[in-house]
Design a protein around this ligand. Structure first.
Ligand SMILES: Nc1ncnc2c1ncn2[C@@H]1O[C@H](COP(=O)(O)OP(=O)(O)OP(=O)(O)O)[C@@H](O)[C@H]1O
Length: 631
């Protein structure tokens, strides 16, 4: 099987690395450069003592000049100390940058997640891709951060190779006066060639070994990402989620979840860990054996040179250390080059993720909502959710004009929320199109378009932040405006009772004094958030679903005050609340089956609206009868 790394050309590999460096600089300026500086210090420092040791030994065996010896020792200790202190300082900066890098990389991915088309968020392949990228970074150390490590290692090995050659060149090329026996062997070209061939063989073996280990590790981690995601979801998200916590307890889901996590998560993950461990063990023991073999070759080479008197005693330690470093630096240079190439497999996943097209963000025009009026129109829009056979919307055609009130009613699953999602550009129509003032909404700048809407989704979410920040969606907010919004949403009195008022955090996730609020109270805060945004189009998807009858009555009686002159579009199952609307769109099976005012629609006894209205009226009548019966 041809691996991905083998399929890529060197040019493509270089392009991957270059792009990775650009991302690193964008995420953490200076991190790469500082790591390179540190690797330079790492490369040079050991050679100070290697070089100076030979000079000291030769002086000891020669003139024994005490002043000179003291100077040499001073240079050795002082030089090493200075280099170590600087390297330590650089290391500390790198450590801080390293810690920050992971958080910044998360933000980098989050930025992409937030700007990618919403539809991709629901695509399991996309979620898996993100999990793989993060998993690869934490568990396998592969990805964009690994480039820093590999480049630093390449720089360190290259410098080490150059210095080692400079130091050992004398010993390697030194020849004794022509002779027989040992001297003859040392001077023989075959001896040098044999030594070089032995060393090259060892290096090739190390590189091959590391390359195959990295490839196998990559394959192992690709299987692991999905498993890990499964474990994380159930163990850390579901079991610890206070919403799910109720179901976990009442239905005793714990055992089922733990059994499932064990068979689908823990055991397969153990296989991944075992596989990686055996792989590393094999890799490391083979490399230690190769390293011992190289050491043996060098000892023979240097030993014979010393025996034949070709090099001085001082040079024996110097040459041995330098040649050994030369060989290991060439080895690690080759391994790092091979690793940086294999790392491109991880980068390929990252680039696949960040290159996911964001079709929704292509429009550039700024929408103009003037007092003269505007119009949104659905033109024969049909839509299916990704990987679904059934159409959620079929041939939808409807106009929404400025200052109008439109209600959308219909049975569960008839497509009401889907229409809102298309209007808010969370999804694109499969066929047909939607226009604002005659222009396809896709042509408008995404953020400018979305800013036209204040929406309370059916499954809205609040943050475990202070109420004021939840309403204003900002740390800096106009407190008076927050209060006005809370007032209109009918929750101001409750907030006034709280010790910290709008500064009170909701939920207890992070703040001990955070308040737990009811579903209805949360819905009112979400309503206040929509009011605070003050956008020209207000969309409410079942705005009173969680409210008690009194609060529901309050919301609808204050609806006009709340909405003012804005355009309103709201979904409701409470048909009586739609009576004041300019038009009611009745949805059935993804289609608008009726469109008109309450009075008009009630006149059509064969229509869906009539059916729904009567079913609800009958239900309430029966309910009130039952209640009075009990009373
Ligand atoms: N994210 C999704 N992926 C796949 N199918 C979906 C998704 N969301 C909704 N659907 C399906 O699309 C259809 C329309 O759903 P939609 O939520 O628009 O209905 P609705 O009229 O708002 O229902 P309800 O009154 O229950 O809120 C349903 O069959 C639903 O199962």
């Amino acid at each position: 099987m041809i691996s991905k790394a083998d399929r890529r050309s060197i040019k493509q590999d270089l392009h991957f690395i270059q792009r990775g460096c650009t991302i690193i600089r964008q995420i953490s300026p200076g991190f790469l450069e500082l790591s390179i500086v540190k690797s330079m210090f790492n490369a040079i420092t050991p050679y100070i003592s290697i070089y100076m040791l030979a000079v000291i030994i030769d002086e000891l065996l020669g003139n024994r000049n005490l002043n000179l010896l003291a100077f040499y020792v001073g240079v050795t200790i002082g030089g090493t100390l200075l280099m170590t202190v600087i390297a330590e300082w650089v290391s500390k900066q790198i450590m801080i940058m390293n810690e920050m890098f992971e958080a910044r990389f998360q933000n980098f991915l989050n930025d992409k997640t937030l700007t990618m088309d919403f539809t991709k968020l629901e695509d399991p392949k996309c979620t898996e891709l993100r999990e793989k990228i993060m998993g690869n970074m934490y568990a396998a150390g592969g990805g964009v951060k690994a480039i820093i490590e590999h480049i630093a290692s390449i720089v360190e090995s290259s410098i080490s190779v150059i210095i080692a050659i400079m130091i050992s060149a004398g010993a390697i090329t030194a020849t004794a006066a022509a002779g027989s026996g040992i001297t003859g062997a040392v001077n023989s070209i075959w001896f040098s060639l044999l030594l070089i061939a032995g060393i090259i063989f060892c290096i090739v073996l190390t590189v091959k070994n590391s390359r195959s280990a990295k490839m196998k590790e990559f394959e192992l981690f690709q299987n692991g990402a999905k498993i890990n995601g499964y474990i994380a979801y159930y163990n850390y998200f579901y079991l610890e989620d206070d919403q799910a916590g109720k179901d976990v307890r009442i239905f005793d889901q714990r055992k089922l979840i733990i059994d499932e996590v064990l068979t689908k998560g823990r055991l397969p993950w153990l296989n991944v860990v075992n596989g990686t461990y055996s792989l590393n063990q094999k890799y490391l023991s083979l490399n230690s054996a190769i390293s011992a073999l190289i050491g043996g070759f060098i000892y023979i080479f240097i030993g014979l040179k010393a025996l034949s008197g070709t090099i001085s005693i001082g040079s024996v330690t110097q040459s041995y250390a330098a040649i050994f470093r030369l060989v290991s630096a060439v080895g690690s240079l080759s391994v790092s080059l091979s690793k940086i190439r294999s790392n491109n497999n991880y980068l390929e996943l990252l680039y696949e993720f960040i290159d996911l097209p964001s079709d929704m963000h292509e429009g550039k025009e700024i929408p103009v909502i003037s007092d003269a009026g505007w119009e949104i129109e659905f033109h024969d829009v049909s839509f299916r959710y990704p990987s679904c056979e059934e159409y959620a919307l079929k041939n939808l055609t409807i106009k929404l004009s400025s200052n109008s009130r439109t209600a959308i009613v219909g049975m569960n699953g008839s497509g009401k929320s889907t229409m809102i999602k298309l209007l808010c550009r969370l999804y694109s129509p499969g066929s047909g199109y939607i226009t604002l003032n005659g222009k396809d909404i896709k042509k408008y700048d995404y953020n400018a378009y979305v800013n036209l809407f204040s929406v309370v989704f059916q499954d809205f979410q609040l943050l475990a932040f202070p109420i004021g920040q939840n309403v204003a969606v900002s740390k800096d907010y106009d407190e008076e405006k927050v209060w006005r919004s809370l007032e209109k949403a009918g929750i101001a009195d409750r907030v006034r009772e709280l010790p910290l008022h709008v500064g009170q955090s909701i939920y207890k996730n992070f703040e001990e004094d955070g308040v737990d609020i009811s579903g209805g109270e949360a819905q009112k805060i979400a309503l206040a958030r929509a009011i605070y945004k003050d956008a020209p189009i207000v969309v409410l998807d079942e705005p009173t679903a969680a409210l008690d009858p009194i609060s529901e009555f309050e919301v609808y009686s204050k609806f006009n005050e709340m909405i003012g002159s804005k355009t309103a579009l709201f979904i409701s199952h409470r048909l009586s609340s739609c009576r004041f609307c300019d038009q009611i769109a009745v949805f059935h099976d993804g289609q608008i089956v009726q469109l008109g005012t309450h009075v008009e629609l009630l006149k059509i006894s064969s229509g869906k609206y009539f059916e729904l209205w009567n079913a609800q009226a009958q239900y309430y009548a029966e309910k009130s009868e039952g209640i009075s019966g009990v009373c």
